[in-house]
Ligand binder design. Structure first.
Ligand SMILES: [Fe+2]
Length: 135
């Protein structure tokens, strides 16, 4: 399993965060004509990830889930603002909106609300023993 910049020990978080980080980094290598579609793919992936994460938090019984849902909604609102501005930016600016602005929104969310929520997961991924979990 490849790890994101800030592993939290919760599989649905770490796997998805790694995928998103790769998508942010890919913006530097995507042709100008593909940037809008890449942004759409990232926004769809963020929304899908939030749904998976919230479902897992609900299954585990994370007590701050309501707060976390509000954090997700706020991030999606900010992402919509980036998407609205995106067409008016030059290609290099569009890459920056993905690789810096959007990536920073997600990184801040991971370091704050996700990290706090990860403390409520009893099952944690043990990265020293791949494919095993520790209590
Ligand atoms: Fe989250």
């Amino acid at each position: 399993m490849k790890l994101p910049q800030l592993p939290l020990g919760v599989r649905v978080m770490d796997e998805d965060h790694y995928v998103l980080e790769q998508m942010f980094a890919q913006a530097a290598r995507i042709a100008d004509s593909g940037l809008a579609a890449h942004l759409d793919a990232i926004l769809a992936e963020i929304a899908a990830h939030f749904a998976r994460e919230e479902a897992e938090m609900e299954r585990v019984g994370v007590p701050i889930l309501a707060c976390h849902r509000v954090q997700h909604a706020a991030l999606l609102d900010e992402a919509k603002k980036i998407a609205a501005f995106f067409p008016s930016a030059e290609p290099q600016g569009q890459r920056g909106l993905i690789a810096f602005n959007l990536a920073q929104l997600v990184a801040d969310h991971v370091a704050g609300p996700d990290r706090a929520s990860s403390d409520f997961f009893v099952e944690r991924v043990d990265y020293s023993a791949p494919d095993r979990r520790r209590a």
